[in-house]
Design a protein around this ligand. Structure first.
Ligand code: PEP
Ligand code: MN
Length: 338
């Protein structure tokens, strides 16, 4: 259930409603926008008589949430979620944020050179995997925490934020001081235990869509994190598996406006995994921005062809720089900045 408070509701009135909702047996999640406080009640609400809340002082209206995702749905934050980071970087606002870097962190030289080029071109996040979910156990598995330390150092030297994938619960704690944004990869979108633990941390989470997941399943997975009280979730469309073989995955551009309609959460487009092909990354990145993506995630490596993972879809820094210019034009055309 959603209880929308009046614009001028007092803290006392809000507290009274929270207390009444708690007494009725529901878990209460509060969000305060620029004009209004919304209280979402999750749990066994079917037997609750909403009229008792409608008449409470300060309440504007009360309604049941019909969608299965209660906190990810648009009604919880009608203004949209803006996830704020250091350096004034915001995902979900007017500015489109670019996250770029190699699929895997390989060594200091590689990550420092990448950081330098990402910063020069206007990227805001340095991405790189330290824990890699590889289809083969014999493929490069990543450098682990020492790799992440190298990336943090490179990012700080170039005024960039850090995003990296967490694959299991035990990695959360050692990663906490090293990342600004936890990435949950496509393969772990339904690792519910991991999602629940990420609901307890107070660092934003980038949740990628699973390769066979529907948009509803993606939103339900985000609910595991949100219901723990971590409201800073960013979704990611990274392509799904279809019968098409011309590209590695089929980038579902339509998912971007669909998510925007259903949810208040920001969404990122990842054309690197979405296509698996270097020559297709730029067109799909532009399409994602045109379709309303709040951020773009792309793989960039100084020696792309020799990358330890995902070489075929990785851009060279010069290609990335050209893409940034093109994205800027698209962003402006759709009323955004970059
Ligand atoms: C990655 O970002 O390098 C990655 C492994 O992504 P995904 O989980 O989308 O395959
Ligand atoms: Mn990759």
């Amino acid at each position: 259930m959603i209880v929308a408070m009046q614009e001028n509701a007092t803290e006392e009135q809000i507290d009274d409603v929270i207390e009444a909702m708690t007494e009725a047996g529901v878990g209460v999640h509060r969000t305060t926008g620029s004009s209004q406080t919304i209280l979402a009640g999750v749990g066994p609400t079917a037997s609750i008589d909403l009229a008792q809340f409608e008449n409470m002082p300060g309440v504007e209206h009360v309604h049941r949430i019909s969608s299965p995702y209660k906190l990810a749905g648009h009604g919880f934050r009608p203004e949209g979620t803006v996830v704020e980071f250091r350096n004034g970087v915001k995902v979900g606002g007017k500015e489109i944020v670019v996250m770029a870097g190699p699929c895997s962190i390989e060594n200091r030289e590689q990550i420092v050179e990448t950081a330098k080029r990402i910063q020069q071109s206007g990227g805001k996040f340095l991405r790189g995997g330290a824990f890699k979910p590889r289809s083969s156990p014999y493929a490069f598995q990543g450098l682990g925490i020492p790799g992440l330390e190298l990336m943090r150092e490179a990012a700080e030297a170039h005024d960039l934020l850090v995003v990296s994938e967490v694959m299991e619960i035990a990695q959360i704690e050692p990663m906490l001081p090293l990342v600004d944004l936890f990435q949950v990869g496509a393969r772990n979108m339904q690792n519910f235990n991991l999602l629940r633990e990420l609901g307890k941390v107070r660092k934003p989470v980038l949740l990628k869509r699973g390769i066979a997941a529907t948009i509803e399943e993606l939103l339900l997975s985000s609910e595991y994190i949100l219901s723990g009280g971590n409201y800073n979730v960013i979704l990611c469309e990274r392509g799904i598996r279809t019968y098409e073989t011309a590209t590695r995955n089929t980038m579902d551009i339509a998912a971007i406006p669909v998510v925007k309609k259903l949810s208040h959460l920001p969404i990122v487009g990842d054309p690197s995994h979405g296509t698996g092909r270097r020559d297709m990354v730029a067109p799909l990145a532009k399409a994602a921005v045109a379709a309303g993506a709040d951020a773009i995630l792309v793989e960039v490596h100084p020696n792309a062809d020799k990358a330890a993972s995902d070489a075929a879809q990785t851009l060279y820094p010069d290609q990335f720089d050209k893409l940034m210019h093109e994205l800027r034009a698209i962003a402006n055309a759709v009323g955004r900045t970059l």
